[in-house]
Design a protein. Structure first.
Ligand code: KIV
Ligand code: ZN
Length: 386
């Protein structure tokens, strides 16, 4: 049975760019948008056109160059935002307006000083108005993670009637547990009349480190779109990381869900975004961190040298990394040392290795990592002695 498709909605250029210090200029955004299109994302959220003339211009220019993906612009639930987004998206082959409003009591009371009824009215009006410009209208119920399910279902039902094609259920504050977020999706699937006319979308933030887990729980429970960013960039602790959800679905074939992403581009995509945004990727970041395929303890190294699959669930080539690395540290064993000597052209006998290993440990205890140059010096000294 063919896997069901999960749409990847990339918001690196909108939610991702909201990170302090990560501001990009239009030229940089165009480079990223082109690469995202090549990567195979289904939707590129290009920006929030009313937020600044620069962002308006970026969304306009991105709309002109993207060939395959839908190009999306964010708005609040008001006419001016929607008109501006429609104008910025006018060159897009496949334009989408992403409009919405906060639906939790917290947002209704403190942000809008309003009522559930008035917010519902604004939601319906916004979708109807966006629909006069484009066919594809996504509605976000901001802070859906903390919104009462019954009210959220009512909002979803009404915006579908107004023409929404996608329903974004953001866990804006990263509050939900995976079971809670999944249960919310299930509740909406079972209680919203007309739900079959719209796609449910996961939009999770990482305040408790659960953005990826929540998004996966969302799709297991019926959502068919995931909103995410390269390297998990985003407000505060970030958004769901694109590379993580893509590889989770590839690894867990039993879920029978997959995306269109060309995973072999994930590493270069991550490096490019990190460089352009000036945001280093933490070394132990899943999938794209520099240590994601590095092995440094003796037991692990011995296993990986015998068979990669002993300690790796992903073939590094699948994500565009040439090969796993065997890092030499004071925790490394003889087999890793022999392997690295072999890599630089020295085949050592068992007796030679026993001696060299003791020499190696003396050096390893003095530094974080023993590199090829250290091995060359060790070998030169050893050759002179013998
Ligand atoms: O986190 C959020 O709620 C958002 C919406 C504006 C979609 O980013
Ligand atoms: Zn967000």
């Amino acid at each position: 049975m063919n896997p069901e498709k999960i749409e990847i909605f990339d918001t690196t250029l909108r939610d991702g760019e909201q990170v302090p210090g990560c501001k990009l200029n239009t030229e940089q955004k165009l480079v990223i948008a082109e690469k995202l299109d090549e990567l195979g994302v289904d939707i590129i959220e290009a920006g929030f056109p009313i937020s600044s003339p620069g962002d308006f211009y970026s969304v306009t220019e991105i709309s002109k160059i993207v060939r395959n993906a839908t190009v999306c612009g964010l708005t609040r639930a008001n006419k001016k935002d929607i008109e501006t987004a429609a104008e910025a998206l006018k060159f897009a082959k496949k334009p989408r307006i992403h409009t919405g409003i906060g639906t939790s009591d917290n947002h209704i009371k403190f942000k809008f000083n309003s009522t559930r009824e008035a917010v519902l009215e604004r939601a319906i009006e916004a979708v109807k108005y966006a629909k006069t410009f484009v066919e594809d209208v996504e509605f976000y119920a901001e802070d859906a993670g903390r919104t009462d399910n019954e009210f959220l279902a009512k909002v979803c039902e009404e915006v579908i009637k107004a023409g929404a094609t996608v329903l974004n259920i953001p866990d804006t504050t990263g509050y939900c547990l995976p079971e809670q977020y999944g249960a919310k999706m299930k509740y909406l699937r079972e209680n919203v009349k007309g739900i079959e006319k719209a796609v449910l979308s996961c939009h999770c933030h990482n305040d408790l480190g659960l953005a990826t887990a929540n998004s996966i729980s969302g799709v297991i429970n019926g959502a068919r779109q995931i909103e995410c960013t390269i390297n998990g960039l985003g407000e505060r602790a970030g958004n769901t990381a694109l590379e993580e959800v893509v590889m989770i679905l590839r690894q867990h074939k039993d879920l029978n869900l997959d995306t269109n992403i060309n995973s072999k581009m994930l590493n270069e995509m991550s490096l490019m975004v990190s460089e352009l945004m000036g945001m280093p990727v933490q070394p132990n970041k899943a999938i794209v961190g520099s240590n994601a395929f590095a092995h440094s303890s003796g037991i692990h190294q011995d296993g990986v040298i015998k068979n990669r699959e002993t300690y790796e669930i992903i073939d590094p080539a699948e994500v565009g990394v040439n090969e796993s690395s065997i890092v030499l540290t004071a925790r490394s064993g003889r087999s890793a040392l022999a392997y690295r000597f072999k890599n630089i052209g020295f085949d050592v006998t068992k007796n030679e290795l026993d001696y060299l290993y003791q020499e190696f440990l003396k050096i390893a205890d003095t530094k974080k990592e023993v590199v090829n140059e250290d091995l060359q010096v060790m070998m030169a000294t050893f050759s002179q002695k013998s």
